[in-house]
Ligand binder design. Structure first.
Ligand SMILES: Nc1ncnc2c1ncn2[C@@H]1O[C@H](COP(=O)(O)OP(=O)(O)OP(=O)(O)O)[C@@H](O)[C@H]1O
Length: 277
């Protein structure tokens, strides 16, 4: 189903088709400490330009913290993040978003009182070219951008068959549709790397199956990389090409789904947690 994973320097593995192209993400010795707690330590990860990658690990392993480091919610205590070869040191969340990283959150964060379309176009604002003056005075350049944004929003919504919901308030959508809208909103910023934090949380099996198709569709349509945190192992093992496993803030394994499933260290990390529970 997938291309082969191929080792590249530094022990990383990325899909064969992405070899020879600059990785979209390269984390080098990344870490953050809260008080005395090393929430993430010595984190090294390379992601290919069109890879679907998984970040898994028991509760509290540091997965969301990695996303928070990549998106500059937290500044790393040490280490380097190269996004398409560019060091994101000292960038803000907004700058890193403009540079190509978009994310969704574990808990849905939509503007409930705005319409579906407005939720998408708000995300596009950072990319809009009209000046504040033309916005305030509604000059032709403003309306041109508005029209482009409207068309683009409908195009993105249609990807998930949501175009007919454009005028519905986001807060009144069913749960699965809200999750889809979050992804559309993230895509509206034109990312080269899309981070999905537990996209299948709270979904029933048929919604999860649809989500898997949609994740593949996004990668195929936009030719971007996707990294997801997920506890649903069926989803992870079915759609991720490379998987990175964290435990207590450190990478304990990296590899293909087959390698990860048969890795005794990974099995112990998960079973260990079950024994404690
Ligand atoms: N801002 C913070 N201040 C202090 N500790 C934090 C902060 N953010 C995260 N942590 C701690 O870092 C560790 C990793 O948390 P994180 O939320 O990244 O784990 P996770 O793997 O995403 O867990 P889960 O699967 O339960 O969402 C935890 O011990 C958490 O309490």
């Amino acid at each position: 189903m997938f291309g082969k994973l191929v080792p590249v320097p530094s022990g990383a593995v990325i899909p064969e088709r992405d070899i020879g192209k600059r990785p979209i993400l390269n984390c080098i010795n990344l870490g953050v400490t809260f008080g005395g707690l090393k929430a993430v330590d010595d984190f090294n990860l390379m992601i290919g330009r069109t890879e679907i990658a998984g970040l898994i690990g028991p509760n509290g392993a540091g997965k969301t913290t990695v996303f928070n480091l990549l998106t500059k919610v937290y500044q790393p205590t040490h280490g380097t993040i190269l996004l398409d070869g560019q060091d994101t040191h000292n960038m803000t969340t907004a700058q890193v978003n403009r540079a190509g990283i978009a994310r969704t959150f574990q808990n849905i964060r939509l503007f409930n009182d705005l319409t579906v379309e407005e939720n998408v176009t708000v995300a596009m604002d950072a990319q809009m070219k009209y000046s504040m003056v033309s916005g305030i005075f509604r000059l032709p350049s403003f309306w041109k951008e508005e029209k482009v944004a409207h068309e683009r929003a409908l195009e993105l919504l249609s990807l998930f068959h949501m175009q007919d919901l454009a005028n519905v308030k986001a807060g009144s959508l069913p749960y699965g549709a809200q999750r889809r809208l979050e992804i559309v909103r993230a895509l509206a910023t034109n990312p080269s790397l899309l981070l999905l934090d537990e996209p299948a949380a709270g979904m029933n099996p048929s919604e999860t199956a649809e989500l898997m198709e949609n994740i593949r569709k996004i990668r195929d349509t936009f030719q971007i990389a996707i990294m997801l945190i997920e506890h649903d192992m069926n989803l992870v093992m079915n759609i991720c090409e490379g998987i990175c496993v964290l435990n207590f803030g450190r990478v304990i394994a990296k590899g293909s789904p087959e390698e990860i499933q048969s890795n005794p260290v990974v099995i112990e990390a998960y079973l260990g947690k079950q024994k404690e529970a």
